[in-house]
Design a protein around this ligand. Structure first.
Ligand SMILES: Nc1ncnc2c1ncn2[C@@H]1O[C@H](COP(=O)(O)OP(=O)(O)OP(=O)(O)O)[C@@H](O)[C@H]1O
Length: 720
């Protein structure tokens, strides 16, 4: 058994004290060592200019010292208890994607990446950082350069949407049978065309919206209305196919029982009924799983009839739908992808006979859901913007699960779009670093919906509030590897999380970290609301979003990962602004004010008009020194390099999840700790931790949630 698991929290504290003493001793040794040798060399090479963080001007082209990696790597004394000697934190990860890591040496799929834990510091005297990217003074000694993709790099096609490319319409018998027995094709269809960079850009441009659509509400049934509406939408928009639709989920299928505990691939596969439903909705939804799913869910509950109120709401709130952008269809790669989808959708135009079957399938979908009564409520865990989370026991299996009740009361347009996104994404995905959604169950009224998730004892935010000392470097590495694995999985599957923060990272007492809360996530290329720059809680929000960019990419998640890494090391948020201006001000004061040279395009960003502080240096190193006697978190040269690459201003140069996983920091000592040896904590999730929320970032979303919390406290039914 894992020492950490036996030890419990008290032991952890004691161990932490020991480790602190040990770390302090080591850091002194290291300081002495570095001071005695490398530092002199550095000073010499640097012409005596190296001084603290100023050497690491993020984008200001100053020289930096060669990292003392070989010595660190070679010293067993630098190991921390529980380090994974192989350099992998995924010792028990089973089906984890392969990271190409062997014996502490990361192998690289790309020529030129320096990955081994060998001494490569000798000749690297002129590496410079520009825009957070290291360049090399020696040919062939090229670090994994941030944000510059290998042209050969491929992304996996989304498991949610691959079926849309099946040669036959998904409702055909052959296609159905094939899906039933062959859940995962050995080779996925090729991904949509990729822009030539690691971070895929979304374009936020709205020319056509559902506001432009006139629904006919007088005589049609709800389902007819829905179809009428979504078919019109289809004709006006550029959008992915809707295999992400809620109707493709496991609980929509006829064989739910069989699915229990099934392999992940089965989860993604469709039953015959599902596949026909999927085919049905494939052409119908402007946002996969959103409008159509939402309408279906809410309207089905009243047998397809829509009340006058609902009709009014429907008409009044058309502007709440995702806007669609026709104009961009032909002028970017993203839109080209969407065009492909559209041509695919052409096959299933509304005139096809399958359309008539929709009401029947929708009803089936609801009938196949288990009732929430099959769960015993234990306690409320937490409440977020989009739902209340309960701890519950499955009466049949006694399994402890987390039930997230989807908030319906504020939804004027039926099933919440954010929840639909989350359900669809989580049901479709299976990865050790993504929280597993097992099924969806319904409450007493058909419009109360719960996601049944694996139960996780903690979230990272709560844990860090409890801890007396920050995580050690090897623990941070273990957590970062898991986080990056999850983010890579999302990005490989064309999903941006858009709200990565410590409260959305769940931990269990097996040392596992899992990403949750996909309420704000999107598949690339999805049409976005004009206000979507507001995604990502303020403290973790990328500068391009804060400055009002209309286009953003996977790089926004990587910035959040950088903020999380810093927070893990320091046990406090890196940039905790109260307003957007203050947030940018804090970033600029730490990383230096960006300019057109280090971030091409910066000057054109809408928010740049504001008069920000002019701070020419990157002072990040001051916050994370290589050695410290003042209690500040120490970070090795390599660790600092990774942090800098994550917090690179120019999104195109910011490191990708894939490259971050290969970063040398993970293969130098102290190596990532094994999950088995990660500290354990009392399960705070057994308490209602709403009070913690008051300490959270003053993001507009958070404020909204706070108000809702205040409104809801005292409202206790069975499952709320
Ligand atoms: N599977 C789970 N196991 C245990 N606790 C969970 C689980 N999922 C969520 N939680 C707890 O509930 C909180 C809120 O969950 P979640 O973030 O999914 O809701 P949300 O409404 O989308 O939140 P937010 O307002 O942060 O967007 C989490 O921070 C976590 O503490």
């Amino acid at each position: 058994m894992a020492a950490g698991r036996h030890g419990g929290y008290r032991d952890y504290e004691a161990r932490e004290r020991e480790l602190d003493a040990e770390a302090s001793r080591r850091s002194k040794e290291q300081h002495h060592h570095l001071g005695g040798r490398h530092r002199d060399v550095d000073r010499h090479r640097d012409g005596g200019r190296s001084r603290g963080g100023r050497d690491f001007a993020n984008g200001y082209g100053r020289r930096r010292s060669p990292p003392p990696r070989s010595r660190l790597a070679g010293r067993l004394g630098d190991r921390e208890p529980g380090e994974v000697l192989s350099g992998s934190a995924s010792d028990d990860s089973g089906g984890r994607p392969h990271r190409g890591r062997e014996n502490g040496v990361l192998s690289s799929g790309r020529e030129g990446d320096v990955m081994a834990v060998t001494d490569d510091s000798g000749g690297r005297s002129h590496r410079r950082r520009e825009n957070g990217v290291l360049s090399s003074g020696r040919d062939g000694d090229v670090m994994a350069v941030t944000g510059i993709s290998s042209p050969s790099k491929k992304r996996k096609f989304s498991p949610i949407i691959w079926d849309r490319d099946s040669p036959k319409p998904p409702h055909s018998d052959a296609a159905r049978d094939k899906k039933a027995v062959e859940p995962v094709p050995s080779e996925l269809p090729p991904p949509p065309p990729l822009p030539p960079q690691d971070h895929i850009t979304l374009r936020l441009a709205v020319e056509k919206s559902l506001m432009d659509i006139e629904p006919t509400v007088g005589t049609e049934s709800a389902v007819q209305l829905l179809e009428h509406e979504v078919n019109k939408v289809t004709e006006q928009e550029e959008e992915y196919a809707t295999m992400r639709n809620i109707s493709t989920s496991r609980w929509a299928g006829a064989n739910d029982d069989d699915d229990d505990g099934a392999a992940p691939v089965k989860k993604k596969s469709l039953s015959p009924a599902d596949s026909s439903v999927a085919g049905q909705w494939k052409r119908a939804s402007p946002e996969p799983g959103e409008v159509s799913g939402g309408r279906t869910m809410s309207r089905s509950s009243d047998s397809g009839k829509m009340s006058n109120d609902e009709k009014e709401d429907f008409e009044a709130n058309e502007d709440d739908y995702m806007d669609v952008d026709k104009g961009h269809a032909s002028d970017s790669d993203t839109e080209n992808r969407m065009s492909d989808t559209d041509s695919d959708n052409e096959i299933h135009r509304p005139e096809t006979p399958e359309r008539e079957k929709a009401p029947h399938r929708c009803i089936n979908m609801l009938q196949d859901c288990r009732s929430v009564d099959e769960f015993e409520r234990l306690n409320k865990i937490n409440e977020g913007t989009y739902g209340v989370v309960y701890r519950a026991r499955d009466k049949k299996t006694s399994e402890i699960v987390a039930l997230k009740k989807v908030k319906m009361e504020k939804e004027r347009e039926g099933f919440p779009l954010t929840s639909l996104r989350e359900i669809n994404i989580l049901l479709s995905f299976h990865n050790p670093s993504i929280v597993d959604v097992k099924e969806v169950v319904v409450g007493s009224s058909l419009d109360s919906i719960f996601m049944v998730m694996e139960y996780m004892e903690h979230d990272l935010k709560g844990v860090m509030e409890t801890m007396k000392q920050p995580y050690t470097q090897s623990e941070v590495k273990c957590l970062m590897l898991q986080l990056l694995e999850g983010v890579k999985y999302l990005h490989d599957n064309w999903v941006l999380h858009r709200d990565l923060k410590t409260s959305n990272l769940l931990l269990n007492n097996r040392g596992e970290l899992k990403i949750c809360d996909f309420g704000l996530s999107r598949q690339y290329g999805s049409p976005l609301k004009p206000y979507t720059q507001l995604v990502v809680t303020l403290w973790y929000r990328a500068p391009e979003l804060l400055l009002g960019t209309k286009e953003y990419s996977t790089a926004i998640d990587m910035w959040s990962v950088g903020c999380i890494m810093a927070e893990l090391l320091a046990k406090e948020p890196l940039f905790n602004g109260k307003t957007e201006f203050e947030q940018l001000d804090k970033i600029f004061r730490t990383l230096g004010t960006p300019n057109e040279k280090i971030w091409p395009g910066y000057a054109k960003l809408p928010g740049v008009k504001v008069n920000f502080v002019k701070q020419p240096y990157n002072r990040l190193r001051d916050k994370f020194p290589a050695a410290s006697f003042s209690g500040r978190p120490i970070l090795s040269e390599a660790g600092f390099d990774l942090l800098n690459r994550l917090l690179t201003y120019d999104p195109d140069k910011r490191i990708s999840a894939d490259d971050a996983l290969k970063h040398k920091w993970f293969s130098e000592v102290p190596l990532p700790k094994s999950k088995d040896f990660m500290p354990t904590f009392p399960a705070l999730n057994e308490l209602d931790r709403r009070s913690r929320r008051y300490l959270k970032s003053p993001d507009p979303l958070e404020e909204q949630r706070l108000k809702e919390l205040q409104g809801n406290i005292g409202n206790h039914g069975l499952f709320g």
